[in-house]
Write a protein that binds this ligand. Structure first.
Ligand code: BTN
Length: 253
């Protein structure tokens, strides 16, 4: 079992046995809370997902955590934190399980085509400088089973690995990986190490995908992830485009 060996992230953890949403709470306290503080809930009663959806957060079964970050970057760079988190989660789970964990750009971590982790990044600040960024990570760890409507799309480490995993150990592994990639990015200004991982463990590169932006739908082949963390797609006829991770949903064709 490894120990937390970070310099900035996770030395101060605020733990709740039950909380509405760690992201909501993190936003409430972010202004007076230092960089690197992590909020963890044993359950969330109003867990939030992307695009206004909810996030099922049963007691004792998952990892529901939010990292408060205060980097010197503009909000336009904020989406990079999501990718750092996805890469860190993928590596963290891989270091503890032998599962084939992949990253579905921009912010899902999947196993056998089903979602095991979601990331919700939220921020506030001025045009040229964020005040804070909250990176919320939700992982289905020891969830025995899903409600019928989620069964097709969602899975847990327990279901895939057929054993229980220590959430504590996994949190430590993820925070260690997160800080390495985060510091790499902050020090170099480049997302390169994160992108390498996102490409190595990509669930979609080389595949035909559907990209849904508002009510616009594009079918294309995912060909690359750029240094900036954008998805490069090739449409029929070869026309290439870059997709920004904002409000998009990407599905298999
Ligand atoms: C998604 O895939 O839609 C994102 C899900 C994010 C869930 C996590 S759990 C911890 C944090 N608190 C929340 O309310 N949401 C995020």
């Amino acid at each position: 079992q490894s120990m937390l060996d970070t310099e900035e992230i996770g030395h101060h953890i605020i733990y709740f046995d039950s909380i509405k949403s760690t992201n909501t709470y993190a936003k409430e306290i972010a202004h007076e809370t230092p960089h690197g503080v992590v909020i963890i809930g044993n359950e969330q009663t109003e867990g939030r997902g992307r695009m206004g959806r909810g996030w099922t957060s049963p007691k004792g079964k998952g990892i529901f955590m939010s990292i408060i970050l205060k980097p010197q970057i503009p909000p336009t760079e904020g989406a990079k934190m999501t990718q750092i988190a996805a890469a860190a989660t993928c590596l963290g789970i891989r270091s503890i399980t032998s599962l084939d964990v992949l990253i579905k750009w921009p912010n899902d971590v999947i196993i056998n085509g089903k979602k095991v982790c979601g990331i919700l990044t939220e921020m506030s600040g001025e045009l040229n400088q964020v005040a804070y960024i909250i990176v919320g990570i939700g992982i289905n760890v020891n969830t025995e089973e899903f409600p019928e409507d989620l069964r097709e799309k969602g899975t847990s480490l327990l279901i895939e690995g057929k054993k229980h995993y220590s959430r504590k150990e996994m949190i430590v592994a993820i925070l260690n990986e997160f800080e390495k990639l985060y510091q790499d990015y902050i020090k170099s200004g480049s997302l390169q190490s994160t992108i390498e991982i996102c490409k190595k463990y990509s669930a979609m590169l080389g595949k035909e995908i559907r990209i849904i932006q508002g009510n616009k739908e594009t079918i294309a082949k995912a060909v690359d992830i750029t240094e900036e963390g954008l998805l490069k797609i090739a449409q029929e006829g070869g026309k290439e485009d870059l997709v920004f991770s904002g409000e998009v949903s990407v599905r298999g064709k």
